[in-house]
Design a protein around this ligand. Structure first.
Ligand code: KG4
Ligand code: ZN
Length: 338
């Protein structure tokens, strides 16, 4: 395949946590390749992500994953319009691996480098393989963040509410650990809960103002409940009851945000958007269509990063040393010197 330069084709790179990912996306929506090397097995030994170990594994995999993304898309560097990489939020050591790789390729291949916000990228996962456009209300639920965001346009958004303590994914991971389940806890609880009774235990929903959330009390409530129970614990019932409480809170507040803004769609984003009960409940209770990415685009991936580079205006071009003006000046000097 050869890009005739009328199409914007970005190589996306993602290393913010424990997935080394590279992908090629055309016009922000058409995924030409999506390669992810997960480190889950490594971190399972420790019960969570160890930042230093994660950074080293990224370093080992990054070149291979980028080469794989290009070869699966049947493209070469000449076909690319730019390189997009996650610049935060994330683990600083792991982010640096992706940024260094992206900067090096941008320099070597003389391509613009676009820095992308990881959370914005999660929202953009909803544009992949669809023709979705704002306005919409988005529930962004990941391992580090829980936010309700109103998108008036692609680059016009307002955070209406967020967690004051643990993120929803973090609550899943911590409760899974209490139950002796493997990391990451979300998929493990989602799976176990299918065989449990969601009403077996009543876990309280934190009373938070407006559209804010709090999940740390819920985690403590599960701990207190376990302390009172005799072994063997009814793990499936606890998992289902915990999941019921988390998803009730997420759905209730998102619907409230939807009512307030009159948005015509509800959009889910982030790792917890893969949750089967959250998806079903939101769909059952919402008066407007509920959109969510396929599971491979909910958890960390680079296709969403390449999409974000296409849709974002705010991130702009990153450069060597981080100053866009310096970058352009230096690059043109370098190209002249060639
Ligand atoms: O978006 P993500 O891949 O990484 C961050 O940016 O944090 O989200 C990871 C989080 C983890 O906490 C994981 O337990 C949770 O998403 N997760 C789930 C499911 N799949 C992943 N939570 C609930 N149900 C799932 N099926
Ligand atoms: Zn993420």
């Amino acid at each position: 395949m050869y890009n005739d330069n009328r199409m914007t084709i970005y190589l996306g790179i993602e290393t913010s946590c424990d997935e080394t990912a590279a992908a090629i996306v055309k016009e922000g929506r058409i995924v030409l390749s999506n390669c992810v090397q997960s480190q889950i097995r490594t971190h399972q030994t420790f019960g969570g992500v160890v930042p230093e170990v994660a950074a080293r594994e990224h370093l080992e995999s990054i070149n291979h994953i980028i080469a794989l993304a290009l070869s699966e898309a049947k493209l070469s560097k000449k076909d690319l319009s730019g390189i997009a990489c996650t610049v935060g939020p994330g683990l600083i050591g792991t982010l640096l691996v992706g940024i260094a790789a992206a900067q090096s390729l941008s320099f070597a291949w003389d391509l613009p480098l676009i820095g992308v916000d990881h959370l914005y990228a999660h929202v953009c996962a909803n544009f992949l393989d669809t023709d979705l456009k704002p306005p919409f209300i988005c529930l962004l639920v990941s391992g580090g963040h829980t936010q309700i965001i109103h998108f008036a346009d692609f680059n016009e958004f307002k955070i209406l509410g967020q967690t004051v303590d643990d993120a929803a994914g973090e609550a899943y991971d911590k409760v899974a650990r209490l139950l002796g389940l493997p990391y990451p806890g979300g998929p493990a609880i989602d799976k176990l809960a299918k065989d449990g009774n969601p009403h077996a235990f009543k876990f309280p929903e934190a009373k938070m103002a407006d559209l804010d959330f709090s999940f740390s009390g819920l985690k403590t409530a599960v701990l207190r409940c376990l302390e009172k129970l005799e072994q063997p614990w009814p793990v499936t019932d606890i998992a289902a009851s915990f999941q019921n409480a988390v998803t009730d809170a997420l759905v209730r507040k998102t619907l409230l945000g939807r009512e307030k803004t009159g948005a015509p769609f509800i959009v889910l984003a982030g790792g917890v958007a893969a949750n089967t009960v959250l998806r079903k409940k939101m769909q059952a209770q919402s008066k407007v269509p509920v959109i969510y990415p396929s599971v491979r685009y909910c958890t960390d991936n680079a296709a969403m990063v390449a999409a974000a580079a296409y849709f974002t205006k705010s991130a702009g071009e990153l450069g060597f040393g981080g100053d866009p003006a310096y970058s352009r000046q230096k690059r043109s000097r370098l190209s002249r010197a060639k």
